[in-house]
Design a protein around this ligand. Sequence first.
Ligand SMILES: [Zn+2]
Length: 668
Amino acid sequence: MPPCFLIRVLLTFALAIGTAFGADATVDIDMTLRLDPSGRTITGEARLRLPAGKARRLLLAKSARLNSLSIDEQPARRRNRVRGALRSWSLPNEAGTLDVSWSMALAPTPTHLDHRDTLGRSEATAAQLGSFLPAAAHWYPGLLVDGEATMQRWRVTIETPPGQRAIVPGRLVEAREGEQAWTATYRMDVPAEGIDLMAGPYRLSERRMTSIDGRALSLRTLFHPEIEALAGDYLDALAGYFERYEKWIGPYPFDDFTIVSSPTPTGLGMPSLTYLGIEVLKLPFIRHTSLGHEVLHNWWGNGVYPDYAGGNWSEGLTTFMADYHYAERSSEDKARSMRLGWLRDLTAIPPGKGLALAQFTSRRHGVEAAVGYGKAAMLFYMLRERIGPAAFDDALRRFWRSHRFKVAGWSALREAFEAASGDQLGEFFAQWVEREGLPRLTLVGAEDGGAALLQDEPIYRVRVPLHVRSGMTRQVLLAALAEPRHRVERPAEGGDLLLDPDFQVMRRLAPVEVPPTLRDINLAGPAQLVVLGGDLLGDAAGEIAHRLLDSEPTTVDGNPPSPERPLLVIGTPDAVDGWLLRHGLAPRPEQVGRRGELQAWAGRHGDTQPLVVISASSPNAAQAAARSLPHLGRFGWIVIEQGRSSARGQWPSTPQSISLRRSGEGAN
Ligand SMILES: [Zn+2]
């Protein structure tokens, strides 16, 4: 699972917001809604108080039916225009208020989605088991000014049939349970991006706490009955996060926070609430990781809005202060492997195929996740290393105080960090935010027995920790690189020199530094396949290859495999061991031994090509493993017993290193 499993889906129109809206370009929406989940309809009446301006248009989904429109309390008929799934009406320049009545049929709530399918979905759906109407579906009337969506404040009253409850972001003003209907009113008093509506057969649990500035906060869960028992633990966890982040950054900007369960495997954060799949909420680690990430988005993302036109910094800062912070609190080892994970994912992006942080808006595919989450989080890690934790935290508080409920870009962040540290950070931010790609550093021995750090063009300015290990002593040298070749002074005592072994520098890792995993076999083009042990494994070997490989392999019979292409070796244990020995490859690792019925491990052959070896004691074991192996790709080795992995692990990374002679020893 990547460091940030749950993400905040950017509402499609939010992309356009960027620098476009000013403080007064906010529309106030007051509406009353009736949602019928089984009949799959929503009807509503809304009053929009418009910000002044020209070229304003009323906006609504094309599939909605406009029942009436009044402008300044006069019934109006206006021409409309259809673009894609949207319909819009031009408005007279002097118009101050609109009264709109409309209704809309909703699609059925999908029941077979995986998490990936839920990313970026913008369809309004309804069912008894759960309804979700994302703002991006334009299920309620909105406003365009000069072709761009405006920010919104709202007061929303929602009525649902008894047994159902509904929620939108904002403060719960009141809720009433009647015989005919359940009704609740919510208010959002600060400009926000749009109204997402969720409803379901929810049970409510609630806890009160006092915010750091003395306000009463309400923490709630709206859970489906089958997970109602989890509410207490989730409320405990929530209280802990609010205490932590209020102390760290400043007061929570809203009065309520609700965790809402979803029948689909969703993971969304909105102002004052998070919408998480029932199956996700059942996972025990969610309250220790992803929940904190979603809570923190109320400061970064829904409290200060990223300037999407210049790159979304909010995912990186949230990942650093949530996911990474929890790893760091747990152990230095966990923190180090999270940094390695970020660099590893960034290294997997071929040079020139990535994007700059300035271009990141939201996660749609792996490259965007690696950059928008991992690279940005690594930037904040390096920044804290550079200016120290006190100045770093001071900058966060400054940034929060001055940009709450405003749009802020990377430059506003830079200014806060400069003010807090007294450091000039222009070059630092420019090279990590505006440039695509990463520096590639190589440690080499020098003729005089010392060493040099080489850097590929284009050059970065970067401080690189070099570890000197000699006998029992450990020493860290900081090399300040600003050129293609940097001489490293030879320490008097000699020893081993290691390049950034704790992954503290944003850089493209060398192949030796990236620990092999089973999924690497698909990174470097079509693989070669060697099947050993004759007919013993039957069709099972082919079945494994088919499931594990993205493309059809070339079968290697008798001839030695090419060292320039990935290699998959499948066979019985004795045949596999003999074959590895004959071809001069590393033997079966002791971690797997001959445990269980099947062992699989990743390594390398040739110089850098991925190698995966699968050793199975029976066709049944191989057949069973064919199903589970593709889901275990992030591991370096696996033991399978009775069709399930009974032991698994990752290989350590090998740092770039060279041996230094002691000064006085001649070169020879
Ligand atoms: Zn996030």
